[in-house]
Structures are given as structure tokens and as C-alpha cells.
Write a protein that binds this ligand. Sequence first.
Ligand SMILES: [Zn+2]
Length: 86
Amino acid sequence: MKELPNDQHITYQLQYRKCGKTSCSTCRTGQGHGPYWYAYWRDGSRLRSGYVGKIPPTQPAPNPNSSTESAPAPHVEDFAVLSALV
Ligand SMILES: [Zn+2]
């Protein structure tokens, strides 16, 4: 997995991908593997992308390489509001 920049605005998209193997029935009969999360961001004038995985980027992933910086987590508040409504 590529290092995602933390000083760029990253857009996340849930996408299917085809592996390209002719023997793969998943790609032949469907829209491919996934859906998986992909991150997109701008690097100068270029659009870069990185594979995130099956776990949505808004949830903490069990990744030892992930940054331990205290990033703002607005989604936690959303969860609190949701559980209060239930
Ligand atoms: Zn495939």
C-alpha cells in the first residue's frame, strides 16, 4: 500500500477492479473484485491514487504502519449522534 499524504485533501471512492486474468470468472461474469476503497489526491498537477482496502478509511484500521498522529476524527461524533437516535 502506498503512503497516503496527510497534507493533501484525499477523496475516497469505493470501486471494483478487474485483475486482468482471462481465467478469472469473477471479472468475466461481474464487474470485478471488490468493492475496495481507493484514495485519490492531487500531487501537483497529477492525480494520484492509492489502494486502501476493504475497510472504510473513516474507521481505524489495524495497521501498525498507520500514522499515530492525533488527527481529527469528526466521524466519532457522527456515531454518537446516530446511537443517540436509536
Ligand atoms: Zn479477477
